[in-house]
Design a protein around this ligand. Structure first.
Ligand code: CMX
Ligand code: CO
Length: 146
């Protein structure tokens, strides 16, 4: 069951500058940052609020690490802006299979590793009304250390 907005992914060209915009404008601080080589991104997670299911909602600021990454290609075509939304679930495997059975393309056979040791998969934007949609199961609390 999808129980929260886990994050909104925002593509940017300069992560440090974008982090500074969110800090100076809204007071949001970086909760976590990492490089995910598989996804080709350097990212900063800004925690906006905790949620009723024990998780949280974040902004995920994304800067491409290489020119052939999905985010680099997207930036070239669209410029900076909202890149995807992500729903949180305790069971990404089960929810992905249930959604796949409804005829929506799930991009990965098995979930991959996302921010903070989470497990993630994506739904094709062309099957979701133009919205690239991610499903996320957070790592167990304490499983991820900075
Ligand atoms: N939102 C909405 N539509 C998108 C999109 C996005 N983010 N990215 C691509 N599209 C659309 C394009 O506009 C294009 O539509 P048209 O044919 O009408 O022009 C179509 O999808 C195909 O786009 P493309 O530029 O040819 O891109 P690809 O097919 O190579 O890749 C996708 C699209 C969704 C398969 C790829 O972006 C992907 O695998 N995404 C999942 C991984 C990811 O985004 N990782 C970065 C974030 C990591 C994280 O969140 O942790
Ligand atoms: Co994401």
């Amino acid at each position: 069951m999808l129980t929260r907005i886990d994050h909104i992914g925002i593509a940017c060209r300069d992560l440090d500058k974008t982090v500074e915009f969110y800090r100076a404008t809204y007071g949001f601080e970086v909760f976590h940052s990492e490089v995910n080589e598989e996804q080709g991104v350097r990212e900063a997670m800004l925690k906006i609020n905790d949620t009723g299911d024990g998780g949280a909602s974040y902004l995920q600021l994304l800067e491409p690490t290489r020119p052939d990454s999905t985010v680099a290609k997207w930036l070239e075509k669209n410029g900076e802006g909202v890149h995807h939304i992500a729903f949180g679930t305790a069971d990404v495997d089960g929810d992905a299979e249930a959604i796949r059975s409804k005829g929506v393309r799930v991009l990965y056979e098995q979930p991959r590793i996302g921010s903070m040791g989470s497990r993630i998969t994506f739904l094709h934007p062309k099957d979701c009304g133009g919205v690239l949609t991610e499903l996320v199961t957070s790592a167990e609390p304490g499983a991820h250390e900075e």
